[in-house]
Design a protein around this ligand. Structure first.
Ligand SMILES: CC(C)(COP(=O)(O)OP(=O)(O)OC[C@H]1O[C@@H](n2cnc3c(N)ncnc32)[C@H](O)[C@@H]1OP(=O)(O)O)[C@@H](O)C(=O)NCCC(=O)NCCS
Length: 329
């Protein structure tokens, strides 16, 4: 019989088993796993995001796990869930059992909308995780395209023009930009394409930027940031390249240019500059991966100019627990 319990993240052996199971359960080619220290920090939580983590044990063997992230200063009704089951133990109901427990825990915490992602390779018609999500009653909210840029790569020359300038830093934003940068970070939700789930802007302030920079450092990640400065001196865009020390992956995270500053080629300038600024960090790595809404034509056009190629899709699913069937309650 399967028994589902809360994971004690502080227990070294329990966490090591959880991370190993997670890393062998996901499609690492499309969705490289959170590295050991990163995931532990995420599950331990902080004042901005709390996590609920569960382990499923059948007999004396751990067969699957799940976690959900609950933001504490924005989107108080939403949660983001991840469920995984060891490939050797699939189709035995463990994933569904994990979801039932997780849904109870999330409802108890007042969360009604739960989102999750299912990846599939570019040539696949449908993936196991898509079928699983649909069986549980989740609906498609948004389709993201996953692209990779094989390295080494030579970004096109795309200097900032029309009076804009670029500023680069690693980790924490310099003091002079911190408040403006926190504001810019909070806007990604409103500015990037969304599905039907109502996500509010994220809460960001200077203290959260400081915490994030410490967490990057403690988990072995370097963040290369390039920001755009308008002719009148305000910060109007940025991009983030994330380089972990424990793998040969590089991640292209957020890129944002405020609406009134689009049309000046800043998307390409920012991304090409970030690759040049991070040349020493990126040397010897195998690829950069990036996810964008499949409908986000301007961003995809920039990525294709940089040489990115499509490798798969990440479908964002969502469920409203207040609509869930009685069997799920
Ligand atoms: C998705 C995942 C968690 C499912 O785990 P699982 O224990 O096999 O799920 P269940 O046995 O509870 O399956 C429940 C139902 O989902 C559907 N389903 C799941 N996998 C399926 C597959 N490969 N083909 C067809 N239907 C499938 C079926 O309807 C199944 O019920 P059934 O077996 O009675 O037909 C597992 O495949 C996995 O770990 N994938 C990688 C991680 C991931 O992508 N997680 C989801 C995103 S967070």
């Amino acid at each position: 019989m399967v028994i589902i319990t809360a994971l004690d993240v502080a227990d070294d052996d329990a966490y090591a088993a959880f991370h190993a199971l997670y890393a062998r359960s996901i499609d690492t080619e499309l969705d490289p796993p959170w590295e050991f220290r990163e995931l532990r920090m995420k599950l331990a939580g902080d004042e901005y995001v709390q996590s609920v983590a569960l382990v499923a044990v059948d007999g004396d063997e751990a067969v699957g796990g799940a976690w959900a992230e609950l933001t504490l200063k924005d989107n108080l009704q939403n949660a983001f869930a991840t469920i995984f089951v060891d490939p050797q133990h699939r189709r035995r109901g463990f994933g569904s059992a994990l979801w039932r427990e997780l849904a109870v825990a999330l409802r108890d915490q007042g969360r009604t909308v739960v989102a999750g992602e299912a990846v599939k390779r570019v040539d696949a018609v449908e993936s196991d995780s898509e079928r699983f999500a649909e069986t549980l009653g989740f609906h498609v909210d948004l389709v993201n395209a996953i692209r990779e840029l094989p390295l080494p790569a030579d970004p096109p020359k795309a200097p900032a023009r029309d009076g804009y300038q670029l500023a680069a830093w690693r980790g924490l934003a310099p003091e002079q930009w911190r408040a403006e940068y926190a504001h810019l970070r909070s806007l990604i939700t409103q500015e990037a394409p969304l599905g039907e789930v109502a996500w509010e802007n994220e809460f960001w302030d200077a203290a959260r930027l400081e915490l994030e920079a410490r967490q990057w450092q403690e988990s072995g990640r370097v963040a290369q940031i390039v920001a755009a400065v308008a002719p009148h001196g305000a910060l109007v865009g940025h991009t983030q390249l994330i380089v972990p020390d424990a793998s040969d992956e590089v991640y292209q995270w957020d890129t944002l240019v405020l609406p009134e500053h689009r049309g000046h080629g800043l998307g390409l300038s920012l991304k090409a500059a970030a690759m040049r600024e991070a040349a020493d960090l990126v040397a010897g790595r195998r690829r950069i991966t990036t996810w964008n809404a499949a409908s986000n034509e301007p961003m995809i056009a920039v990525n294709e100019r940089l040489g990115y190629r499509l490798i798969g899709y990440a479908t964002e699913y969502a469920i409203d627990l207040s609509d869930a069937s009685p069997a799920e309650r």
